[in-house]
Write a protein that binds this ligand. Structure first.
Ligand SMILES: [Ca+2]
Ligand SMILES: [Ca+2]
Length: 152
């Protein structure tokens, strides 16, 4: 289950880097006439909106919509062409974040949020091997209440 989650995240992380083909139809251009927003249809219910936030010509934020509801935002925060933060939404509320905070292309932290927006669980893979080693549980005030270290 945990492994599947990480695999899924890894898959998600490849989206920006391996899309050599066009990012989709251009829906907006910057002042210099260069495209800075694209829409890409996945299937009849889903599409992605890709946004170039810093004018370097390729998307660094990709939002996925299903039935016109935001379900996922992938961000490339250091502009190296690879997504390093994935945020998942359910009914407009952030439920999960997958972080690659050292920008090496491998996620090391997964945060899960409660429906009221408070952080509930942090799963850590500090060695970035694709397994969760540490699970931290937080109460609604943000206090760490339990920390589990998983043995291999
Ligand atoms: Ca990046
Ligand atoms: Ca990483």
């Amino acid at each position: 289950m945990r492994k599947a989650a990480i695999l899924l995240a890894a898959l998600a992380f490849t989206f920006i880097s391996c899309s050599r083909e066009p990012y989709g139809s251009v829906t907006h251009r910057g002042r210099d006439g260069r495209p800075d927003q694209w829409v890409y249809r996945i299937d009849k219910d889903s599409y992605k909106i890709a946004i170039d936030t810093n004018g370097h010509g390729r998307p660094d934020v990709v939002k996925t919509y299903k039935d016109d509801e935001l379900v996922r935002i992938e961000s490339d925060r250091n502009f190296d062409g690879k997504a390093d933060l994935v945020q998942e939404y359910a009914h407009g509320v952030l439920v999960r974040e997958i972080h690659d905070d050292d920008f090496d292309g491998k996620p090391e932290v997964i945060k899960t949020f409660r429906p009221n927006g408070t952080l509930a669980v942090v799963e850590r893979d500090p060695q970035e091997r694709g397994y969760i080693d540490i699970v931290e549980y937080y109460d609604e005030s943000g206090k760490l209440i339990r920390r589990e270290v998983r043995s291999k």
